[in-house]
Write a protein that binds this ligand. Structure first.
Ligand code: ZN
Length: 353
């Protein structure tokens, strides 16, 4: 796992930093009595050096795959989404050509990986020659090990490097909050690394069906990959774009970088249907909605910093911005993501140390 992912990893790790951060805030508050603007600068600089603790109301994404069923949805000739029957657990998918099959994401463990294999076998007996991992998190990669030995696993170079520098134990610890600390989810999991790594683009012809894997830059994670079927205008977006009625989660920070990544995505691919890594199928215009949301958050942060609104006042009771149609069942989760994004945007907008 890269250094930055270690610093900005999921909740368990970050909450350990809370104490130091609070001490810094108390010291900053004492300074504020002397000079509010100095407090502002100090606070933003401190936040920039180490990530803040998760904001009030943040809840880890609920990813426990126990009891989850994947529904096969045909999107075009040979193009299938595998959609989880719970609101935010992982989706997958597969593409069938005349020669071979390509699968997108192997799910959270061997049991779920086998469910993907079974779903493919309900549709075709052609060989599963390729599996693409859309990022390095366990919920997208831990099922790799149940795929046939002849399946080539494809990932961006950043995903491969992240996986090379971690272990199942480390990922298990980091991801435990997302499964309600139910460690049985990880039983039997073996880390199987990608065989093929690409820098920006990889493509394959499955026989009458071309599939591309693209890396446009960091987004939710440092290594989000999009899988695209040009003939069907279908894109699997992993964690870069969640399902309909969501907002992005700049989990690793970098609101500006996330926007640039989406700019590259929207100018490179003509997307009609999005199969998100999490959430319900979305239309291609979700990309523009995500761009607009990130711009809104950046503007709000710049305004707050300009008016010397404190970090806590800006973040802790913030509600989802108007104009974004959030799925009712996901409002608590998205509110936490929104406040997390506000933290990162505030830090980015603040004075540089
Ligand atoms: Zn994910």
């Amino acid at each position: 796992m890269s250094a930055i992912m270690k610093r900005l990893g999921p909740a368990g790790e970050i909450s350990g930093m809370k104490e130091g951060f609070v001490v810094k805030l108390v010291l900053s508050a004492m300074l504020a009595l002397l000079n509010p603007l100095a407090f502002q600068a100090q606070e933003a600089a401190a936040a920039q050096r180490q990530p803040p603790p998760p904001p009030p109301g943040y809840i880890p994404p609920p990813l426990n795959p126990g009891g989850v069923r994947l529904e096969t949805r045909r999107l075009a000739d040979g193009v299938y989404a595998l959609l989880a029957n719970t609101p935010f657990t992982d989706n997958s998918g597969f593409v069938v050509g005349t020669d071979a099959v390509l699968v997108i994401d192997s799910q959270f463990n061997g049991q779920m990986g086998r469910q993907v294999l079974d779903a493919v076998r309900q549709v075709t007996d052609k060989p599963i020659r390729y599996l693409v991992n859309t990022n390095a998190f366990g919920d997208h990669t831990f099922g790799n090990y149940v795929f046939p030995a002849g399946t080539q696993i494809v990932a961006s170079r950043r995903t491969l490097e992240a996986l090379k520098h971690t272990t199942v134990g480390e990922l298990r610890q980091r991801m435990a909050p997302t499964v309600g600390n139910d460690l049985s989810v990880f039983d039997g999991v073996e880390l199987r690394l990608p065989d093929v790594a690409f820098d920006e683009e990889w493509s394959v012809d499955l026989g009458g069906r071309r599939v591309e894997a693209r890396f446009f830059g960091q987004g939710m994670s440092p290594n989000d990959t999009v899988v695209y079927v040009p003939g069907a205008r279908v894109a699997w977006t992993g964690n870069l774009i969640f399902g309909v009625g969501t907002i992005p989660w700049a989990q690793m920070g970098g609101i500006a970088a996330y926007r640039q990544t989406l700019d590259r995505l929207s100018s490179s691919l003509d997307v009609g249907t999005i199969v998100p890594g999490h959430g319900a199928l979305a239309a291609g215009d979700a990309i523009a909605t995500y761009q607009k949301y990130l711009e809104t958050v950046q503007r709000a942060a710049a305004d707050a910093v300009g008016r010397a609104v404190s970090f806590d006042d800006f973040v802790s009771t913030a509600r989802l911005p108007a104009g974004f149609d959030i799925a009712p069942a996901l409002v608590p989760l998205m509110t936490g993501f929104h406040r997390w994004n506000l933290q990162r945007a505030y830090i980015e907008a603040g004075p540089k140390p």
